[in-house]
Design a protein around this ligand. Structure first.
Ligand SMILES: *[C@@H]1O[C@H](CO)[C@@H](O)[C@H](O)[C@H]1NC(C)=O
Ligand SMILES: *[C@@H]1O[C@H](CO)[C@@H](O)[C@H](O)[C@H]1NC(C)=O
Ligand SMILES: *[C@@H]1O[C@H](CO)[C@@H](O)[C@H](O)[C@H]1NC(C)=O
Ligand SMILES: *[C@@H]1O[C@H](CO)[C@@H](O)[C@H](O)[C@H]1NC(C)=O
Ligand SMILES: *[C@@H]1O[C@H](CO)[C@@H](O)[C@H](O)[C@H]1NC(C)=O
Length: 175
């Protein structure tokens, strides 16, 4: 049984150094982002990715491609991003799976599944190096098939959900 998380993002800023791309969303209004699935923007400008419906996903993509290299064999630019978010579970002790900041070759991540797949991959393409997908997952539920260390951790996902680097663990404040 998986209850989806409700996530609100109120600010997102991304800069790629060396190339000069940078953008800031100081609140969202409908039409600025490319949305799919359950994602929508509330009347007061918050991005909401899912609601309490089970096994659903939502994506919000910056509408324009961001260049990360000067040439196919060039080195990848460093970048930084800041975003403000909240995750609210329907029940304090049982939540959905989390949210991911993702860099992908195209919008929408077609074929991706909700639940433990976090709207990034599916059982066939998970771990495939041809995905070219990078993500920073903010996980809130242990998925043993992806060797999660616990419920609440940050993981670096390179083409798959078995995170290469599982870093800090965070405490979820129960609302
Ligand atoms: C979630 O949103 C969908 C689409 O708007 C709606 O049909 C559904 O009833 C909502 N579910 C809950 C539990 O609010
Ligand atoms: C880029 O790297 C590939 C694989 O190493 C090589 O075949 C190709 O010639 C390189 N292209 C350039 C423009 O250096
Ligand atoms: C998994 O995702 C890939 C990539 O988008 C897609 O081509 C494939 O059809 C999907 N597989 C399933 C079983 O949905
Ligand atoms: C996985 O990668 C191979 C090439 O390495 C590709 O041919 C295949 O279509 C990919 N499979 C999926 C499901 O994406
Ligand atoms: C992160 O994961 C990569 C790939 O598994 C590994 O090469 C690297 O050493 C890891 N870095 C840290 C800081 O653990």
């Amino acid at each position: 049984m998986f209850f989806k998380i409700l996530a609100l993002v109120s600010l997102l800023a991304v800069s790629a150094y060396g190339q000069g791309t940078s953008f800031v969303y100081n609140g969202f209004t409908l039409g600025k982002l490319s949305l799919d699935g359950m994602a929508w923007v509330t009347h007061d400008g918050l991005l909401k990715l899912t609601n309490d419906s089970r096994m659903e996903k939502g994506h919000a993509f910056h509408p324009d491609p961001v260049q990360f290299k000067n040439s196919p064999n060039g080195s990848v630019f460093s970048f930084s991003t800041t975003f403000v978010f909240a995750i609210r579970a329907q029940y304090p002790t049982l939540s959905g799976h989390g949210i991911v900041f993702v860099v992908a070759p195209r919008r929408g991540l077609p074929g991706s599944l909700p639940g433990q797949y976090l709207g990034m991959f599916n059982e066939t393409n998970n771990g495939n190096s041809t995905n070219h997908v990078f993500g920073v997952e903010l996980d809130t539920l242990l998925s043993s098939e992806f060797r999660d260390i616990n419920d609440n951790h940050v993981g670096i996902d390179l083409n798959g959900l078995t995170s290469a680097n599982k870093t800090c663990t965070y405490k979820v404040n129960k609302w």
